[in-house]
Ligand binder design. Structure first.
Ligand code: KIV
Ligand code: ZN
Length: 392
């Protein structure tokens, strides 16, 4: 049986706190509706101490979706935790997610605290959070650049204090998969059944998804991720990429999520319309070109058998159909197919002539639109009618 992996969505928190991504409370509510439909397990709705809007968003989402596990972020500080707890008052399944940095770099330059002080504050924060809810998550910020013995010590201590989930973020996107898997494996063995080990990867080196997956193979059972991979700097691990990797490579990755994948594309589109940018066209799973084929060899193979060039059914992620983009790399087979779709049954000579004009046009442009193909076909058929009439 496949092992269950929990999807912790932080689009409305880590995602929202990045440039160009801020959302109003009504926008967060709309996105939350989509995330609930998508089937995320935990929905991190904001960082209530950070702004009134974040407080209101956590409160509003908790009221609107009482059955959903809603998380609120809080530093390991009394006031943060009290405010997070207040924002979650209406949630039936509230999670307080408290964090403090643990790496030497952060301790020395940012916090100016000793390891013992940070450990004591982490334990106190978890104990306080537990006085409000049973569901407490602790994050060791910059875990991947933290001394591993200390990380294990603090992880054991917060679990003893009542944390049910221990998140070990690659806050700066510095780790590589083999290294991250070794760290997560060690911590998963140390904590055993006492807590779920969670991962939260940033994409500074483009490795957030690979690191998250390697971590699950090593024992993590919660992944923190965002729609379209939005988040601080280069972003977080993209939810859609993680889920579709599990679904597509079950042979290698026997892990299961509860994500309803048919909503992935619409969730991506809704987010793009809410924030100031969408995914790049060649973005995996949800980019405009993710199921588009232009090269003649690819189009020919695809038209003979889709699996030659497609490893996923676009409908599985909510994309209505694959696209054959007609451009200078396209072949006769694809043009013939398009002409048939547009209602033209061309004979061999007609197709040759249309193809000749099509390649001349495609050479000058980035792509040829359906209307332009129709015009070319009319041109060729029209000229042929005139010649035929003249010959009669
Ligand atoms: O990147 C990070 O370390 C975070 C924590 C607050 C979980 O976002
Ligand atoms: Zn983060």
């Amino acid at each position: 049986m496949a092992d269950r992996v929990y999807i912790f969505d932080t689009t409305l928190r880590d995602g929202e706190q990045s440039p160009g991504c801020s959302m109003t409370v009504p926008e967060k509510l709309l996105m939350a509706h989509k995330l609930v439909e998508l089937g995320v397990d935990i929905l991190e709705a904001g960082f209530p101490i950070a702004s009134e809007g974040d407080f209101e968003a956590v409160d509003a989402i908790s009221r609107e979706y009482p059955w959903v596990q809603v998380a609120a972020l809080a530093r390991a500080a009394t006031v943060d935790i009290e405010i997070a707890a207040r924002s979650l008052e209406k949630a039936k399944r509230p999670r307080i997610h408290t964090f403090i940095a643990t790496s030497d770099i952060h301790l020395k330059y940012k916090l100016k605290k000793s390891q013992q002080q940070v450990l004591d504050e982490a334990v106190a924060a978890v104990e306080l959070a537990r006085s409000y809810t049973d569901d407490v998550e602790f994050s060791a910020e910059d875990a991947t650049r933290t001394d591993y013995d200390y990380l294990e010590e603090i992880s054991r201590a917060v679990v003893a204090a009542g944390a049910r989930t221990v998140n070990l973020p690659d806050t700066t996107g510095y780790s590589v998969p083999e290294e991250y898997a070794a760290l997560i494996g060690r911590m998963a063995r140390a904590l055993g059944d006492a807590a779920i080990v969670s991962v939260h990867c940033h994409d500074d080196l483009g490795l957030a998804v690979a690191n998250s997956i390697a971590a699950v193979q090593a024992g993590a059972r919660q992944i923190e991720c965002t729609i379209n991979g939005i988040g601080e700097r280069a972003g977080n691990a993209a939810l859609e990429e993680i889920v579709m990797t599990f679904n597509t490579r079950r042979d290698k990755l026997p892990f299961e999520t509860k994500i309803v994948t048919q909503h992935l594309y619409s969730a991506s589109q809704m987010l793009s319309q809410t924030i100031t940018f969408g995914p790049q066209p060649n973005k995996a799973i949800v980019g405009e070109n993710a199921f588009a084929h232009e090269a003649g060899i690819h189009q020919d193979g695809y038209l003979k058998e889709k699996s030659t060039y497609e490893i996923m059914d676009p409908k599985a992620v909510g994309v209505p159909e694959s696209k054959l983009v007609l451009g200078k790399h396209s072949g006769r087979h694809a043009l013939h197919d398009r002409c048939q779709h547009l209602g033209f049954q061309l004979d061999r000579d007609e197709l040759d002539e249309v193809y000749l004009r099509f390649t001349a046009m495609a050479d000058r442009k980035k792509g040829v639109r359906n209307e332009e193909i129709v015009a070319l076909v009319h041109q060729v058929l029209g000229e042929r009618t005139v010649v035929a009439a003249a010959n009669d």
